[in-house]
Design a protein around this ligand. Structure first.
Ligand SMILES: O=P(O)(O)OC[C@H]1O[C@H](OP(=O)(O)OP(=O)(O)O)[C@H](O)[C@@H]1O
Ligand SMILES: O=c1cc[nH]c(=O)[nH]1
Ligand SMILES: [Mg+2]
Length: 208
C-alpha cells in the first residue's frame, strides 16, 4: 500500500495560502513554488542512503558522510519546472530528465510530447515532480514511462492533490510513495482541483 505523506510543516501551509490566492502574480507564484518544493524535497529524501567519506579538516582527519544514491529529478512539463529548479539547488548532483505531458482539455487524458530520458537510465531513485495531481492521468503516465525505462524506485512529489488523483495513482502504482503539500477537496466538472489554484503552468509562466 502506498505511503501518502501530506506535509504538516507550518511553512508549507503558510506558503500554500499565498499560492492559491488569485491575486498572486507569476514572480511571487514561482518563488512560492520554489519555497514549498524545498521543504517537500527534504521530506521526500529523508531516507536516502549515506556512505562514509574521509574528510580532512584544518585540524584533523575525520569521517563524514555523502549521499550514496543517484537521484533523478523528473519534472513534468511545464508546471514541474519550478519544482526541479528548487530541488536542483539543494542537490546539484541530481540528474534532470524532462518529460513533456499535457492534459487534453476535452478528454482529460495525458498526451506525451517530449521525453528526454537517457537510453539507459542508471538512477537509484527518480522523483516525479508535478505541482498538480488532478485526475492522476499525467502522474500515472509519467511513472509508467519511468518504470518501462527500468527505474525501480519512483517517488511522486506534488503540491496540490485531489482525492481522485491520489486514488488513481495509488491504484496504478501502489509501490510509489506520494509527498504532497496539501490534499484538496475534489475535482470540479471540468477536471480542475477545488479549491486548488487554477492552472499551475499558466500561473508560473504568465500564459492564459
Ligand atoms: O492529474 P491530471 O488530470 O493529469 O492533471 C494534472 C496535469 O495538468 C497540468 O498540466 P497541463 O496539462 O495544464 O500542462 P502545463 O503544465 O503545460 O500547463 C498539471 O501540471 C499536471 O501535469
Ligand atoms: O486544477 C488543476 C488541474 C490540472 N492542472 C492544473 O494546473 N490545475
Ligand atoms: Mg497547465
Amino acid at each position: 500500500m502506498a505511503v501518502v505523506h501530506v506535509s504538516a510543516h507550518p511553512l508549507v501551509r503558510h506558503k500554500v495560502a499565498r499560492l492559491r490566492a488569485a491575486d498572486t502574480k507569476p514572480p511571487e507564484f514561482r518563488d512560492l513554488v520554489a519555497a514549498i518544493s524545498r521543504v517537500l524535497f527534504l521530506e521526500a529524501t529523508a531516507d536516502l542512503p549515506l556512505r562514509p567519506v574521509p574528510v580532512r579538516t584544518p585540524l584533523a582527519d575525520t569521517t563524514g558522510e555523502e549521499i550514496a544514491a543517484r537521484v533523478g529529478l523528473v519534472p513534468v512539463l511545464r508546471a514541474g519546472l519550478g519544482m526541479a529548479d528548487a530541488m536542483l539547488q539543494a542537490l546539484p548532483e541530481a540528474s534532470v530528465w524532462h518529460l513533456g505531458l499535457y492534459r487534453d482539455h476535452a478528454t482529460l487524458k495525458p498526451v506525451t510530447y517530449y521525453n528526454k530520458l537517457p537510453a539507459q537510465p542508471d538512477m537509484d531513485v527518480a522523483l516525479v515532480l508535478d505541482p498538480m495531481l488532478a485526475t492522476g492521468g499525467s502522474a500515472v503516465a509519467a511513472i509508467d514511462i519511468l518504470k518501462k525505462a527500468g527505474i525501480a524506485r519512483v517517488v511522486f512529489v506534488g503540491l496540490i492533490a485531489a482525492p481522485e488523483g491520489i486514488a488513481a495513482l495509488v491504484a496504478a502504482h501502489p509501490d510509489v510513495p506520494l509527498y504532497l503539500a496539501v490534499r484538496d477537496e475534489k475535482l470540479n466538472d471540468i477536471g480542475y482541483i477545488l479549491p486548488g489554484l487554477g492552472d499551475a503552468g499558466d500561473r508560473q509562466f504568465g500564459t492564459r
